[in-house]
Structure formats: C-alpha cells, structure tokens
Design a binder for this molecule. Structure first.
Ligand code: SF4
Length: 467
C-alpha cells in the first residue's frame, strides 16, 4: 500500500512539473511514506531522516504514512522534518507549500495556475507506475477491524472503497499498455463494496443478478438486462476477469472472517485470478486470536483452508503470523506450531510481536522475552521450510507459466508463477559471445513464458524455458 501511495505521490508531483532527482543528495524535496506496523520499520525512519538531512542540509522533508499522527515520533524527529501530512490529505495541500520549500520554479504559467489539488478521493490520483508490466491498483483504503495489535485503523482511518468504474477504467488502460499483472490492494479486499451505475453488462451474463448485493434499502433491480447497483469483491473480480487480454489478477489482503464461498467460486471460475491466497492467520490459538480481536477461531480458519483447497486444487496458501503476543504461553504457541504442521503453508511472514503505540494491545504486558520470541519464530520457520519444500516438489517435471521479472545481481533471470513461487530461469542454449541469447531473453521481461520445472528449493523453483 505504501509503495502504491508513493507511486501516486510521484505521479501527482510529475504532473505539476517536478522531476525525480537522479541522486537523493541533490533532491530539493523528499517525501517519505512511513510504515508503523512494526518497530523495525519505525526504527528505519529514525535512522533515515537524519541521514538524508546530513547528506543534503538544504533538502525539505515531508513525512506521510502511518507515523504522522504520533506525537512521540514528531518529538523525536523535531528539527529534521519540515511538514507532516496524512496520506489522504497530501494531495489537498496547496502546492505553494511545496513551492516555498523547494524554490521550485514552474516551467510555465499553466502549471502555476494549477498548483493546488483538491482531490478528496486520493485513490484516484493517477500513479507513476514503477513497473512496466505489473501494477498495484488500490481498490480501497483504511480498516474497520481494529485488531488489537494494529495501527492501521488509526493511521489510515476507516474503510473507504474506490468506485468500481474507476478501478475498471484504470485496469483497461493498463491492459491496453500490455500490463501482465494487476495487483488489487486494500487492507481488507473482502469487504469491498461499490455502487456501479454506468458499466455495460453483457446481455448473456447470467451472473449479473448474482453480482448484486441484496440490500433492503437498495434492492436489486433484478433481471439479466438491468444495470448493477452494488457489487462486492466477487462481483468486481468477475468484471475485471471480463476485460479482454492476457493478464493475471492478484489481490491482497483477505481477512479470514470475511472470505466468502462466493469469492472462492469466483476465483475458481476466473481464468485470470491467480491461484494464490494470502490469508493471515496471526495465531493458531483461540484465546490469543480473541485477545488479538481477530473475530474467528482456529477451526473456522482450518475449514476455510479446506474449502479453498477443494475449490482451487493447485492453490498456494501464504500467511502472516505474530509470535510472542502478550501473554502467549508455550502451550498456546504450540497450537500455532500444530496449525503450521497441519495447513502446510507455502510461505509465512513471521513477525515477533512489538507493542505499537495507540493500539489496544499496547496496554497488555509484553511479557514474552525477546529470546523466546526469536526461538518461536525459528521453530515456525523450520516447519515452514519443510512444508514449502514438500509443496514445491509437486512442481517437478511440470510446465508452468512464468511471468519474467528481471535479472538478479548474480546475473540469473527470474520470474514468478501465478501461485507466487519465485522461479530461477535457466537458458537452454547459453548465450553466444555476441550475447544474442541474452538479448532474446531481455525482450521477454514482462512476458509470460512456459517453463519446465526441474529443481525445487524451499522457497523457490528452477526450470528451463521451453517456449
Ligand atoms: S484487518 Fe486487522 S491487521 Fe489488517 S489492517 Fe485491519 S486492523 Fe490491521
């Protein structure tokens, strides 16, 4: 989400004549989109902001993102930061403020006349995409869930969703430009809802009435030829799937309490939705989940996994988990271990709990020691390495579609599968002295290729391009 916000800020500034500085040391203005989800992310800002000022004392620094409302952060960075702006307000600021900061000279009068921006729907700001084949498309912002450890509802506010027509327009534009991966993002995609009025439906779309959300105050108009009034996330997914073109649809993040059977069916019926579900479990113990205010139980989570695997047989499942939540006993942690062994995740992002200011969990005693948190993290990692490798073995000998992403520092080409597996790509005929083969491969960055998998690791696959 922060990356996507940065792309919109860059797009907004460039439209007003600003240019990205080739070197940070020479920039007139630096805008930092901060993350406060973990202490480690916050700590990075404390190191980075003084460093930027030291290397370039004249630079003006604006801070936005999760940390802007925190008084303790403001005190700590006092004297370094020139303005604090909430992310959804950053586009409302009079650009004369930036101008004053940077001594920016408008290149023509027209730009000067348009220096202010009063957009409230900041999600609709046209981004400057950082990739030429994969794009983040925000469908919403904020969260209503108030998990007890999380800063997001306070930092980003309550849920706001972007109109479906706006999203569809952006995606059509991206597909026209040959984008191959559309990543829909929101804190909780499953809660998406939007009124939709002008989007033409296919006459034959027998699913049309199913896309409508039955709502007593806004009953569906009914009938196949009627226009949609409201759609949910499954409905949105179906409409995106209908856009002609060769592209993948990914989405992040799903909340286990809101993931519906309807959505699983919509993914199964889609030829573009990736077979990868990221479903943060956070803990494998009901007591801990209750303290986290997650509003589901372990048995609900497990039955959801069963349904997903039944509906989407080749799916990969990834998760987020927190170890050492306040009061988490060894027995409670062992329930998470049990869950890890049972579910056999393909990947897990394991965080050691750190109290976040302003959250409900901050008031609980952070009584699991750092060493014990590390031990718990390592124990889960050990299981994950095994289960991920076991899952990856199923790929041996298979031919899979891979979206080529680039070349790493070691000179190896890489990409990923729709199941979000990283793939190292071997080249069948090694490059000749003129590097011809290399050039051939270079042209397929951002393209789909068929790859025969011949080797697997815990967190990745290796294979040869066969087409
Ligand atoms: S669902 Fe919970 S963890 Fe996710 S953003 Fe909302 S409050 Fe934070």
């Amino acid at each position: 989400m922060n990356k996507s916000d940065s792309e919109r800020i860059a797009g907004h500034l460039e439209k007003r004549g600003y240019k990205k500085s080739a070197e940070r040391e020479k920039a007139g203005l630096v805008i930092l989109v901060t993350c406060g989800v973990r202490q480690s992310a916050e700590d990075r800002i404390y190191g980075l902001v003084p460093k930027i000022k030291k290397e370039n004392p004249k630079v003006k620094i604006i801070l936005t993102g999760c940390l802007v409302n925190r008084e303790d952060v403001k005190r700590r960075l006092n004297g370094y930061v020139d303005a604090w702006m909430p992310i959804n307000k950053i586009f409302n600021f009079q650009f004369s403020i930036f101008n004053q900061f940077t001594n920016f000279q408008f290149s023509n009068k027209k730009q000067k006349d348009k220096i202010s921006c009063d957009k409230d729907d900041y999600l609709s700001i046209k981004p400057k995409y950082s990739s030429k084949f994969s794009a983040f498309v925000p469908i919403g912002n904020g969260c209503n869930n108030f998990c007890s450890y999380c800063v997001v509802p306070r930092a980003r506010g309550r849920e706001v969703y972007r109109p479906a027509e706006d999203i569809l327009k952006e995606i059509k534009c991206l597909v026209k430009k040959d984008y191959k991966e559309i990543i829909l993002i929101a804190q909780n995609v499953n809660s998406y809802k939007s009124e939709i009025t002008n989007y033409p439906l296919r006459q034959s779309d027998s699913e049309a009435s199913k896309l409508q959300i039955t709502n007593k105050s806004n009953p569906p108009a009914g009938g196949q030829n009627s226009k949609l009034k409201f759609i949910n996330f499954s409905g949105l997914l179906k409409l995106i799937n209908d856009i002609p073109g060769d592209f993948w649809i990914r989405f992040f993040t799903s909340h286990p309490k809101d993931m519906s059977d309807e959505l699983i069916k919509a993914i199964a019926a889609s030829d573009k939705a990736c077979r990868h579900i990221h479903l943060p479990v956070q803990a494998g113990d009901d007591e801990v989940l209750k303290k986290m205010n997650r509003n589901y139980t372990v048995s609900h989570y497990k039955s959801l996994i069963k349904k997903i695997r039944r509906g989407l047989p080749d799916v990969s499942i990834t998760t987020d988990v927190i170890v050492g939540f306040p009061g988490e006993t060894k027995a409670q942690f062992n329930n998470t271990v049990k869950l890890f062994k049972e579910v056999k995740f393909d990947m897990a992002y394991i965080s050691r709990y750190s109290p976040r200011p302003g959250t409900a969990a901050e008031k609980l005693k952070d009584n699991v020691s750092k060493i014990e948190k590390k031990r718990r993290e390592e124990e889960l990692m050990k299981i994950l390495r095994k289960t991920a490798l076991e899952n990856n073995k199923k790929y041996i000998g298979k031919i899979v579609d891979v979206l080529v992403e680039g070349r790493n520092k070691r000179g190896e080409w890489y990409g990923k599968t729709e199941t979000a597996k990283n793939v190292k790509l071997g080249i069948k005929n090694p490059p000749n002295s003129a590097g011809k083969q290399e050039l051939g491969i270079r042209t397929i960055i951002g393209e789909f290729v068929k790859v025969k998998i011949n080797k697997v690791r815990g967190f990745g696959l290796e294979g040869e391009i066969v087409k």
